[in-house]
Structure formats: C-alpha cells, structure tokens
Design a protein around this ligand. Structure first.
Ligand code: PGA
Length: 243
C-alpha cells in the first residue's frame, strides 16, 4: 500500500471536489489517499464512506486559540474529523516565513490532536548543486522533531526538492532513492523503535508519465502530487497504482 497525497494549493472549487468524490466513491482503493484542498472545501466525508480516502489540511496554526486572525487550529481540524495535515511545505516556508521552529510547534499541535502530520522537507537548487542538500535535510528533520516523543502515530514525510516543485523537472529515480534512504537512516537514529511508523514519500512534478517509476521503488512509500492532482482522472489513475 502506498500513500498518495493531493495538494491542491490555492486551487479547486466545490464542483471539482464533488467530481473527485464521485470518481473515488465508485471503487475501493488499495492505496491510502489523502486529498488536501483549501480549508473551505474540507469535509469530514462521513456521508461518503470511501475506504482509504481521507481529507487533509494544507496548513495548521501553531496556536491553540486567541487573537490570530485567519488561523485554523489543530483542535478545530480534529473537531471536524480532519486527521491529516501538511506542514512545512516549501511555499509556506518561503512565502509565509514558516521557520523550522514554527514547524516543530505545528507538529506538536497536530500530534496532540491525533492528526497525522505530512511534513515537507527538501533542498533548493543551490543546495543541490553545492552538494549541501543532505546537511539541509538532516537539519530540517532535527529541527522539525526537536523534543517530540512519538508513541504509535503515523508520520508522513514528503521529500520535495524545491527545484522540482511545479517545474516539470524530477530527480533521477536513483537520486530519489538515495535521499529516501538517507532520511530513513536519519529517522532510525532519531526514533529507533518507531522507524516503521514513518512513511517517506516523494513530491515534485509527479505526473502520469513518472508516477509508475517513482512508486515502483520499495524505498518510496508514496507521492505528494500538486498540479497533476487537479485533474480527477489523472489523480485517480495515480491512486490506483499497483506494484
Ligand atoms: P507539483 O507540486 O506536483 O505541482 O510539482 C508538488 C507540491 O508542491 O507539493
């Protein structure tokens, strides 16, 4: 079973969501699918009962409550039965000043509300070209999980090289595997007893042409899909990947 996550970013509509739900309601899925639309389109799917299909948030506040205009808390997500949330996407890091410190607090908020974090990490082009990317990824993991104790929760990590997001350029499968193995080794050091609870997925220009190669690797537990997740038929095909 692979983890297939859709990140709609600031796209989508009620009609697109209902098109997706109708498409996914027709067959049962053998992969684990999480659809992350903008907050206003989140629904708890109670009346749909689609096996292995969940909704997720693209972001969460680091605060519990208070005078924080525009924010949505982890508790509010949980109250609305949203039990997955992306955290630390590179667009939030660069466009909305999300620091590793804030990401750490957000992961704590999510875990204490039984929400599965989908933590995005990854290097920019300069860090890749200067071969410092492993150091960056190492640091992002250290900071994200600082003082966090894991019990039996599942944690999803999305390795998303920034130079691949929305560009149509993907790393070679050997490069993807190498980073996934590096992340796994690091997690093993940090959480030797919980390593199997960490699912390591790849994100960045995943589409109908490359998903099969990427998902066929045993080192890849899933994919996070941006642009290609906006087309219900393309995304549905990716979600039906079989080994
Ligand atoms: P992309 O986006 O698939 O459009 O490259 C991925 C992401 O930003 O999560």
């Amino acid at each position: 079973m692979k983890y297939i996550i859709a990140n709609w970013k600031l796209n989508g509509s009620k009609s697109l969501l209902s098109e997706f739900l109708n498409q996914f309601a027709t067959h049962s899925l053998h992969n684990y699918v999480v659809l992350c639309p903008p907050h206003l389109l989140l629904s708890d799917l109670d009346n749909k009962h689609i096996d292995n299909f969940f909704m997720g948030s693209q972001n969460v506040s680091e605060y519990d409550n208070g005078a924080f205009t525009g924010e949505i808390s982890a508790e509010m997500l949980a109250e609305n039965k949203i039990f997955h949330s992306i955290v630390g996407h590179s667009e939030r890091r660069t466009l909305f000043s999300e620091t590793d410190e804030k990401i750490n607090i957000k992961i704590k908020q999510l875990l204490s509300n039984n929400i599965t974090p989908i933590l995005c990490i990854g290097e920019n082009l300069e860090q890749r070209n200067t071969n410092t990317f492993k150091k960056i990824i190492d640091l992002q993991l250290e900071e994200a999980f600082k003082n966090i104790k894991i019990d039996d929760q599942t944690i999803i990590i999305a390795y998303e090289p920034i130079w691949s997001i929305g560009t149509g350029i993907t790393p070679d499968i050997s490069q993807i595997i190498a980073v996934h193995e590096f992340i796994k080794t690091k997690i093993k050091q940090m959480y030797p007893k919980n390593v199997n609870q960490f699912k390591i997925t790849y994100g960045g220009s995943v589409n109908l042409k490359n998903y099969n190669t990427i998902l066929s690797s045993a080192a890849v537990d899933g994919v996070l899909v941006g642009g290609a997740s906006l087309d219900s038929r393309s995304f549905y095909e990716i979600c039906n990947f079989k080994n």
